[in-house]
Design a protein around this ligand. Structure first.
Ligand SMILES: Nc1ncnc2c1ncn2[C@@H]1O[C@H](COP(=O)(O)OP(=O)(O)OP(=O)(O)O)[C@@H](O)[C@H]1O
Ligand SMILES: [Mg+2]
Length: 172
């Protein structure tokens, strides 16, 4: 397992462990941070966000924002709110995000976006890219007997993440 710069690679073996990873990532986040979650349907993006919400101490259950584009979870502990965005339904990217008229300031919140690649990158030169993939066997195809195993790669882009302690996520 190699680690270079603002990066961590974690093997997650269950939904509980995915939630736990979110809880461990939460203390590294600050107001204004943008987290982009990438991974196929059912990869575990919302499960990770649930752990983030717990770690941040926000109000409300984090669920799949299927019927809304974004949901705001205010902090219960005086920290940043969690804004959970499903960009699958967000056609126009940045402009539309600002037009959502969320009752919260994005620079004062932690914004977590599912399905955001190609749409919200311009929101911030600093962003945390979380890629969740299925474990692959030595032949390069997903392993049938490892249905619950996910390989999670967390990459911090931009100066914000240079010394943010991401490699510590690899220590379980
Ligand atoms: N290691 C794992 N990590 C996360 N979820 C897992 C894992 N193993 C199995 N699961 C299951 O996979 C599903 C993940 O669902 P989740 O809603 O988090 O995915 P998602 O990436 O948000 O999907 P969508 O693209 O539909 O929003 C859950 O049913 C969960 O129980
Ligand atoms: Mg989801």
């Amino acid at each position: 397992m190699s680690t270079t710069g603002a990066m961590a690679h974690v093997t997650v073996k269950s939904p509980d462990q995915m939630q736990e990873l979110g809880r461990r990532l939460a203390p590294l986040l600050r107001p204004g941070d943008l987290v982009l979650l990438t991974g196929e349907l059912g990869a575990g993006k919302t499960t990770l966000t649930r752990g983030l919400g717990e770690g941040l101490g926000v109000r409300g259950a984090v669920t799949s924002p299927t019927f809304v584009i974004a949901r705001v979870h205010p902090s219960l502990v005086g920290g940043p709110a969690l804004v959970h965005v499903d960009a699958y339904r967000l056609g126009g990217g940045l402009d539309e995000m600002e037009d959502l008229d969320l009752d919260v300031s994005l620079p004062e919140s932690v914004v977590v976006v599912e399905w955001g690649e190609g749409k919200v990158e311009e929101l911030s030169e600093n962003r945390l890219q979380v890629v969740i993939g299925r474990a692959l066997g030595s032949d390069g195809v997903p392993e049938d007997d490892a249905d619950d195993v996910r390989e999670v790669t967390v990459t911090g882009l931009g100066p914000r993440w240079a010394d943010a302690g991401l490699p510590a996520l690899e220590a379980c």
